[in-house]
Ligand binder design. Structure first.
Ligand SMILES: Cc1cc2nc3c(=O)[nH]c(=O)nc-3n(C[C@H](O)[C@H](O)[C@H](O)COP(=O)(O)O)c2cc1C
Length: 206
């Protein structure tokens, strides 16, 4: 970990709709001087290409350059890991500790994590977070939900993970999509204990 940065936060973007939530989370964490470890699934790249004007490179070594440039990160502040990069710190409990957020989280990854499948680095990193009792936040986006989805969410919650659905509220009167994205990103930051001013906290003046 770089000396002048706050502890790393792992952000995994999987193939549910709402890649913007995960990308904004990376942006805010970089601005807050956190080291950020990024994993983006193959399906997430398809979603990003569908939902945004972005065309992020798939290869980790090129992705890190693209994200570093885009968010003005310090050298080494962002690290990117590939699907089978088993030497990454997130792949083992003996690696450096990091809170992990899967945002958005597909129902596929949700179920794999609930079952401990560990078939790719995102699933393995979440499995490590659970076994090491580290902070793990999953941000699913699907509707309606099946009994399978709900049972997996309950199992993960019982394991100590936080299931934080991408369901923005409207009581802060969002005017733009960005306001709704920040509503969810603010909730994630609350779970991580990272202070922010993205949206006023309940009971605070706007
Ligand atoms: C444009 C697009 C939107 C999708 N939206 C969702 C979604 O909202 N929720 C979900 O669970 N899966 C969604 N999927 C399906 C997942 O991407 C698919 O199940 C994939 O296997 C998930 O893989 P991953 O978990 O490794 O990223 C979407 C796929 C595409 C291409």
């Amino acid at each position: 970990m770089a000396d002048d940065l706050h502890p790393p936060v792992t952000v995994a973007i999987t193939g549910a709709s709402g890649a913007q939530y995960g990308l904004r989370l990376i942006e805010v964490l970089v601005a807050a001087d956190h080291e950020v470890w990024v994993m983006i699934s193959k399906a997430a790249h398809m979603v990003i290409a569908t939902e945004t004007d972005d065309d992020l490179p798939a290869r980790p070594e090129r992705l890190v350059v693209a994200l570093t440039q885009r968010y003005g990160a310090k050298p080494g502040q962002i690290r990117c890991f590939g699907r089978e990069d088993w030497m990454a710190p997130v792949a083992s409990g003996s690696g450096a500790s990091s809170a992990m957020v899967i945002c958005p989280c597909s129902t596929g990854t949700l179920s794999a994590v609930a079952c401990g499948a560990s078939n790719n680095l995102i699933e393995r990193a979440a499995d490590v977070a659970l076994k090491e009792r580290r902070t793990l936040v999953l941000v699913p986006r699907e509707t309606p939900l099946s009994a399978i989805h709900l049972e997996h969410m309950l199992a993960l919650t019982r394991q100590g993970a936080v299931v934080l659905p991408a369901a923005p509220g409207f009581y802060h009167r969002p005017r733009e999509v960005e306001d709704m994205i920040d509503f969810i990103v603010a909730r994630i930051l609350n779970q991580l204990g990272i202070s922010h001013r993205l949206v006023p906290r309940w009971g605070e003046a706007p």
